[in-house]
Write a protein that binds this ligand. Structure first.
Ligand code: GLC
Length: 465
């Protein structure tokens, strides 16, 4: 009898990733979000820009650069480049949330969703930021700047910069966005200045600065970028930072202060510090708050924003170490049985009713509201490797590996400790597969870490006010 060798987790991940690829005119251009035949596809049969990032990075590390090249070319073609004629159209510069290959009599075409078809009509603001970050990774991997220097790509970057750096109704350097404008694409109290968008914005600005050609037009944009980077860094490192010392400061804040040099600039009332945090904040460690606006700070811990902040050197060396220390200290809350919580803690009761609009998908400790998302593994690996804390990422990988394959690579897990497969979770979710594979590949190829990490920015520090 011939014994059939059991597929290893790595073989399976590679096979599933290969199977998820979408072809357009016989060329690979992206990947479906999930291939779960047991659930209604909705839009999971589309290629989401944010979902494709870990898959694209896997392909780059494996030397399969064609698919990433095609993806970048096709998405430039989909970007909104003309002034809108009616206000239901996306604004110039936006990249779609997702796209799909459609067929008609005279061939195939790509159909994009800018949120105009999405549940809740959410704007995918993170797409254009991730797109620039991926373009930089492509240049790093191929060591070829020709694609990025093409006029259509330079134009695409400048459209994105125009929408991000243009005038806004704001007195802060952070980006003001509606709720659900990123990975958390349902109402969860993320309107205003959510950390995820700010961390991606910071990374994308720095990536754009590297990618712009140094001609006259490029120089003007670089100057604008530098102006913004300095104040963005100052604002986020200073005002978003939370640790025990800062919590003590806020706890004893005076309020109603008027004038330029006041301490409590955003008029945060000490009473707004949630009770859980006074016990949860460890003696050592800290993190960036979820959101900050007039009279309001979101004290929840959001993983993606904090990890991308480390990867992009938005946080100082010390702050980056502190974030990882906090993850270590609060391991049973943030990692537990599946790395890792998208945010902590969940919102419950009346707060849940008001903030989510009674969203049955986002009940406490499910989905975006305190669910556990294995895609987070690659960002955790990158952040840990950057800070020399591979021990933490290895622990997380060991936990994930016990279950991901036997659970059929779920989109997310439920419960306080992430033991249950998510209620409405898709199986064979591409970014779960790619996220695990990417974490493994980064661990084995530390020279590829610079595709997704940036060192401290000396230029912006010089501009800091
Ligand atoms: C869900 C997630 C979103 C993801 C999409 C496709 O809507 O919230 O972040 O892009 O599914 O996987």
């Amino acid at each position: 009898m011939i014994a059939i060798a059991k597929e290893t987790i790595e073989q399976q991940a590679n096979r599933l990733l290969e199977k998820s690829i979408i072809y357009y005119n016989n060329q690979p251009v992206g990947a479906v979000a999930a291939s779960d035949s047991e659930r209604e596809a909705l839009n999971y049969d589309q290629c989401f820009i944010r979902d494709f990032i870990p898959a694209a990075l896997v392909f780059l590390i494996q030397g399969k650069t064609d698919i990433v090249y095609n993806f970048l070319i096709e998405t430039v073609g989909l970007q909104k480049q003309k002034r809108r004629v009616d206000c239901y159209e996306p604004a110039t510069g936006l990249m779609p949330a997702s796209f799909k290959v459609e067929s008609q009599a005279n061939g195939q075409y790509l159909h994009a969703d800018f949120g105009d078809k999405a549940i809740g009509r959410v704007t995918p603001i993170d797409s254009c930021l991730w797109w620039i970050i991926l373009l930089r990774a492509y240049v790093k991997a191929t060591k070829d700047e020709t694609l990025a220097h093409q006029s259509s790509f330079q134009e695409a970057i400048s459209f994105i910069l125009e929408i991000c750096l243009g005038p806004q109704f704001e007195m802060t350097p952070t980006l003001l966005v509606p709720d659900g404008a990123c990975m958390i694409d349902r109402p969860l109290g993320l309107s205003g200045h959510p950390l995820e968008i700010q961390a991606l914005f910071y990374f994308a600005l720095r990536a754009a600065r590297e990618l712009l050609t140094k001609d006259a037009a490029g120089q003007v944009l670089v100057k604008e970028i530098n102006n913004r980077l300095g104040s963005l860094l100052f604002h986020l490192r200073g005002y978003y930072w939370l640790d025990l010392k800062q919590l003590n400061e806020i706890h004893r804040y005076e309020s109603e202060q008027f004038g330029e040099s006041v301490v409590n600039k955003f008029n945060i009332y000490p009473d707004s510090i949630p009770y859980w945090l006074t016990e949860w904040m460890p003696d050592r460690g800290g993190y960036l708050a979820g959101n900050l606006g007039p009279g309001k700070m979101d004290f929840r811990f959001f993983s993606l924003g904090n990890l991308v902040a480390i990867m992009g050197s938005l946080t100082t060396e010390q702050q980056s170490q502190d974030i990882l220390t906090l993850i270590e200290q609060r391991w049973s809350d943030l990692v537990s049985k599946m790395p890792m919580k998208i945010c902590y803690p969940a919102i419950e009761g009346l707060t849940w009713r008001i903030i989510t609009g009674c969203d049955p998908k986002n009940t406490p400790w499910s989905y975006h509201n305190g669910g556990s998302w294995p895609v987070m593994l690659w960002m955790m690996m990158a952040a840990c490797q950057k800070m020399g804390r591979e021990d933490l990422a290895d622990r997380a990988m060991a936990i994930a590996e016990i279950r991901l394959m036997s659970d059929d690579w779920p989109e997310y897990y439920d419960g306080k400790n992430g033991r249950l497969i998510g209620k409405s979770s898709r199986k064979f979710q591409t970014w779960t597969v790619a996220g695990w594979l990417l974490a493994k590949l980064l661990r084995e190829n530390p020279d590829c870490l610079n595709y997704v990490c940036l060192e401290e920015d000396t230029e912006a520090i010089a501009c800091m006010i």
